[in-house]
Design a protein around this ligand. Structure first.
Ligand code: GDP
Ligand code: MG
Length: 444
């Protein structure tokens, strides 16, 4: 992947005391190859390396002691620049705010419509309405209803109506009458760009005059993503890009190319199929991610969002008083599970992401643990020291596990209690606690 390639590229510079014309050229050849491998457009890769070269062969750069690090910084800054510099939010003006989704079939429009509605709903002042304008497949209307039910957001649809423009305008009337202040219009896509699709979405666009037209694109489609983006932008002059499926084989290439070709900001990324797998796009974090440093800040933010402050305070008291028991352990597991799939999270931890790449983590990695705890009596949960051989055997039988697994859990519980006590008052303790848990669960 790109970060490995860049690692290699920078490795070339190691052992050289200075950045010179020669070793820069060597390094940049690797950087360019890495970018091309990550599906970055050829011309963009070339411009990029030229810019980096100009900066690297600069004045004091020549005498620096750590050329490798300096190159990383130059490359990173250039990447950030290329991806748009600062994060750009969604324009929420208008009442209602109308947001139109565009993109090919399968790019993730319907999923992202749900994620965005869910995201806006948590801002207490927003009441979103989802609109089903994919009129060609009855299953598509259904899919949006399923999504809406999941997140508790109303879905407007007219299964008998075969005119996307009238559905969309009716939906906006409905929103005005019923107090919805954001209208998210999900549309039909085709497997490839065709005139009919383009005309339809252009007509909807002209009729509803959205505050935001978002182009949704699958980040795994590489070069094609750039061509599709260009075609949609020529027709709709969209306001922003949504890069989905960045949870899989994370190739940053699309992010780099699209911004430079259509000059529109990437606003959000999709990092999984679940409704909470959405993140604001931060160019600097993406650059870090591409460079293999892990998106720690997103991880911390997500952890903080989901972590109930009240719970945390109660828990801290218990830890301080040595009253931390298995019931608390269980609710901690539930907290961790709430934060989305383990794979998403683990992949964001620097160093861990790479090592974990080939290891399959089950979402229900906690199933045994939960079963064991459920088989304990309330008293045992409060006082794990009660657990003698006889009780352990009973618990193992009751939970369909074996003594070793029960012992293993007890050991992990013990380690975790110790670690939590140690981290009392430390900065970022929520995150540390969570990581400690993951580690304790055999996920290191
Ligand atoms: P649409 O045809 O553009 O509406 O695309 P859908 O929303 O139906 O998504 C197509 C498929 O991609 C579905 O199976 C989604 O679950 C999946 N999908 C969408 N966004 C993401 C994402 O960010 N990550 C992953 N892994 N899958 C996604
Ligand atoms: Mg759809």
């Amino acid at each position: 992947n790109l970060s490995d390639k860049l690692d290699k590229a920078f490795h070339i510079l190691k052992g050289h005391g200075k950045i010179t014309e020669v070793n820069v050229a060597e390094t940049l050849k690797e950087v360019r190859r890495a970018l091309l491998d990550a599906d970055v457009n050829f011309k963009i890769a070339k411009d990029f390396t030229n810019k980096v070269k100009e900066k690297a062969i600069g004045q004091d750069v020549l005498t620096t002691l750590q050329p490798g690090q300096l190159m990383v910084k130059i490359v990173k800054d250039e990447l950030i620049e290329l991806m748009g510099g600062d994060a750009v939010g969604v324009n929420l003006s208008g009442n209602p705010t109308v947001i139109l989704m565009s993109g090919l079939q399968g790019s993730g429009k319907t999923t992202f419509s749900g994620k965005l509605a869910n995201f806006l709903k948590t801002k207490k002042t927003k009441k979103p309405l989802l609109v089903a304008c994919d009129i060609y497949r009855p299953a598509a209307i259904n899919q949006l209803h399923v999504v809406g039910d999941q997140i508790g957001v109303e879905v407007y649809s007219e299964p008998e109506n075969k005119n996307a423009v009238s559905i969309a305008t009716n939906a906006i009337d409905y929103a005005k009458k019923n107090g919805f202040n954001v209208v998210i219009v999900d549309t039909a896509g085709r497997l490839a760009i065709d005139e009919e699709m383009m005309n339809e979405i252009a007509n909807v666009h002209a009729a509803i005059k959205p505050q935001e037209t978002l182009f949704v694109v699958d980040s795994m489609t590489g070069q094609d993503a750039v061509n599709t983006a260009k075609a949609f932008n020529d027709r709709l002059n969209f306001d922003g890009v949504i890069l989905t499926k960045l949870d899989g084989d994370t190739r940053g290439g699309a992010a780099i190319s699209i911004k430079s070709i259509v000059n529109k900001p990437i606003k959000f990324i999709g990092t999984g199929e679940k409704m909470d797998a959405i993140d604001v796009f931060y160019p600097d974090r993406m650059a870090d991610r591409i460079l293999g440093m892990g998106d720690v800040i997103s991880l911390v933010e997500r952890a903080q969002e989901q972590y109930d402050e009240e719970e945390a305070r109660k828990l801290q008291k218990k830890i301080a008083k040595n009253e931390f028991g298995f019931d608390d352990f269980l609710s901690q597991i539930q907290q961790v599970k709430k934060m989305g799939s383990m794979k998403d999270l683990v992949g964001m931890i620097p160093g861990v992401g790479k090592a974990m790449k080939d290891i399959e983590i089950e979402d229900d990695a906690f199933k045994h643990i939960e079963a064991i705890i459920h088989s304990m009596t309330p008293v045992e949960r409060k006082k794990p020291t009660l657990l003698d051989a006889k009780r352990k055997l009973r618990i193992a039988k009751g939970s369909g596990t074996d003594i070793q697994q029960v012992n293993q859990l007890l050991k992990q519980f013990d380690q975790m209690s110790k670690m939590m006590k140690m981290m009392q008052g430390a900065q970022g303790k929520n995150l540390m606690r969570m990581m400690g848990q993951m580690k304790g669960m055999g996920m290191q």
